[in-house]
Design a protein around this ligand. Structure first.
Ligand code: SAM
Length: 192
């Protein structure tokens, strides 16, 4: 049960196992608070609600990105109800995260402070490669579909150079993977 996807949160289907909520909650408790939480890939918006509430309670900012919020292109098969995001005052951007302008706006946020970046769109290896190297010390980056869409060979060199350590202690299940940008290693090996 804990390892089966999809499941529903607030009645909204999330394409993760329920264990993801345990993992995310633990990250907020053990490694937060975060100045920014950024979700790449809103999908149906269930996790966006979870992230947004976390940040409101803990006192940081949140934004979620998706280029197909209404499911018009078929890339987001379900289509989130934008009305729901608006009603809940959840900050969202209907943008392609790899367009130069949007990539720049994500990087600006990441460089502002301690960030929890969750990579969950269609190309997790490219998301990781594009954004993870710019995280500040104490930040966390997470990916879904570990072992299938994104694997060790996509991340190992970046992790080594940037001082990104895998978080293993209390992570349940194998489908998500998280890394902590070592707070004691501000520049990573590249900067030495
Ligand atoms: C797996 S879903 C996200 C699921 C969501 N995080 C959740 O937990 O419910 C992936 C989403 O990424 C979006 N996406 C794919 N490529 C994108 C891109 N280049 N820019 C922005 N969004 C993208 C798709 O439209 C799709 O809705």
């Amino acid at each position: 049960m804990l390892l089966q996807r999809p499941f529903k949160l607030f009645g909204i289907e999330i394409r993760h196992e329920p264990a993801v909520i345990f993992n995310l909650e633990k990250i907020f408790n053990e490694l937060g608070p975060f100045d920014w939480v950024i979700e790449l890939g809103t999908g149906n918006g269930g996790l966006a609600i979870f992230f947004s509430v976390q940040q409101r309670i803990r006192g940081g900012k949140f934004v979620t990105f998706d280029f197909d919020l209404e499911g018009k292109t078929g890339k987001n098969p379900r289509g989130v109800q934008v009305d729901r995001l608006k009603r809940l005052s959840i900050s969202y951007q209907e943008k392609d995260i790899f367009s130069p302008r949007t990539r720049g706006s994500i990087l600006r946020r990441i460089k502002e402070g301690k960030t929890f970046l969750y990579c969950d769109n269609g190309n997790k290896a490219t998301e990781f490669r594009t954004f993870a190297p710019h995280l500040k010390p104490g930040s966390v980056v997470g990916v879904d579909d570990w072992g299938t869409e994104i694997r060790e060979e996509h991340v190992s060199e970046i992790c080594k150079r940037q001082g990104l350590r895998p978080i293993k202690q209390w992570i349940v299940g194998a489908r998500q993977r998280f890394w902590l940008k070592d707070p004691a290693d501000p520049v990573g090996r590249e900067g030495r």
